[in-house]
Ligand binder design. Structure first.
Ligand SMILES: Nc1ncnc2c1ncn2[C@@H]1O[C@H](COP(=O)(O)OP(=O)(O)OP(=O)(O)O)[C@@H](O)[C@H]1O
Ligand SMILES: [Mg+2]
Length: 385
């Protein structure tokens, strides 16, 4: 019986239900009636229907079985702990496909709508994190509409190293004392617009994968990913390539944008990506005379955060200095005096200090995997979370 049940795989933990310790009890009646009790990490696990069906079909395939009843129950703390041990071991057996260390916190900056300031927020947040002494990778996942190089004043080309069989792209380094940025963008691969088009056929549809798998990222504290507008393939691709990615959703204070950003949050749920928080951008503008103007309305960030149950981790004011910094290649976050720089410094501080990576038990086992990977490298354990 246990042999056939080993054919039932928990797709999120990538192992069979027997070895994961999820099969609590199997009883066999005289009349060939089988009863199986399966313990789930949480009672409301969305996979329970699938697991139940898989158990039923495996057990029914055995000779002499007249019927199968599958009961589901919730694991206790001990059972959950041993699932973690097993999953941790399983995760350690997986071949390393990227150079991104499992201790690197991966944060994608996303929204459901274009032009709300994702790239500006990514660049300035990365800069503010580096100014805290951290090493921050910056992956420009906006393959078609890259803007990170311009915003950082980078115009060189990334080098590749290694042999033609086994080459790695070397990110472009930008010092932000006392830390640094390691930047990868389509804009640092191509010579110009025409070459960008040439790359289309060669690389574009797998560019994100290359940027995750074929880059010598080195030891990063954070990897920030600037997402393209929309909720399409790149988002799904990132979820597949780096499932532990957390999302920061950028919205403007306007209700319409907030509604669109909610779409991004919905996409996050579908991809099993965790939303670490909401950032409101283009908030209240304060003019020279000290008067405050809410050009884009008010409260959109708070409303979205409430709606999706994630914290509002910062509000960046509307300020021409953001655009000016983007155009000049000197991020406004470097301007120690200004209100926008202060807002980004606070945002970085909250991300590092307060917004701890989530373990959303509500999302079932996939949410545990990130924690498993962190635990492999001595991160906090599930009990501490
Ligand atoms: N807080 C702000 N105050 C003033 N201007 C801003 C602010 N944030 C962003 N901008 C400006 O808004 C424009 C759009 O910003 P950005 O390119 O960062 O948005 P995006 O969401 O990345 O856009 P896309 O969807 O095209 O990638 C830019 O000109 C930028 O300088
Ligand atoms: Mg952008």
């Amino acid at each position: 019986m246990r042999g056939v049940l080993r054919g039932v795989i928990d797709p999120e933990l990538g192992d069979n239900v027997v070895d994961l310790g999820m099969v609590r009890q199997v009883s066999v009646g005289d009349d060939g009636q089988i009863s199986v009790e399966v313990a789930l990490t949480i009672a409301g696990c969305p996979l329970r229907g699938q697991l139940r069906r898989d158990v039923e079909s495996q057990v029914t395939s055995l000779p002499g079985v007249s019927s199968v009843v599958v009961h589901t129950a919730e694991m206790n703390a001990d059972e959950r702990r041993s699932v973690m041990v097993r999953a941790r071991w399983k995760a350690s057996q997986r071949p390393e496909r990227t150079d991104i260390s499992s201790t690197t916190r991966v944060v994608a900056v996303s929204s459901g709508k274009g032009g709300v300031g994702k790239s500006s927020v990514t660049v300035n947040l990365a800069t503010a994190l580096a100014a805290r002494g951290l090493t921050v990778g910056l992956l420009d996942a906006d393959i078609w509409g890259f803007s990170i190089p311009r915003m950082l004043g980078l115009d060189g080309r990334m080098e590749a190293e290694g042999t033609s069989d086994e080459w790695l792209i070397v990110p472009m380094e930008k010092k932000v004392w006392p830390g640094r940025l390691e930047v990868v963008s389509m804009g640092l691969l191509t010579e110009g617009e025409d070459d960008a088009i040439m790359w289309k056929g060669l690389l574009l549809n797998r560019a994100l994968q290359h940027f995750v798998e074929n880059v010598r990222w080195g030891e990063l504290d954070y990897l920030l990913v600037d997402m393209p507008p929309g909720t399409g393939d790149i988002q799904m691709g990132l979820a597949r390539l780096i499932p532990r990615t957390e999302l920061l959703i950028v919205t403007t204070p306007a209700l319409a944008a907030q509604k669109v950003a909610a779409r991004a949050a919905d996409m996050a749920r579908k991809c099993f990506l965790r939303v670490a928080g909401v950032i409101e951008n283009m908030g209240t503008f304060t003019c020279g005379c000290g008067q405050r103007h809410a050009f884009f309305g008010e409260g959109g960030g708070r409303r979205l955060a409430e709606e999706i149950g994630a914290p509002l981790i910062g509000s960046i004011p509307l300020d021409p200095a953001v655009a000016a910094g983007g155009d000049s290649g000197v991020p406004v976050a470097l301007d120690g005096e200004g209100p926008v720089a202060a807002a980004f410094a606070t945002l970085a501080e909250r991300l590092v200090g307060e917004i701890v990576p989530l373990v959303e038990m509500t999302g079932c086992t996939a949410r545990l995997l990130g924690r498993v990977e962190a635990a492999l490298d001595g991160g906090p354990s599930i009990e501490e979370a």
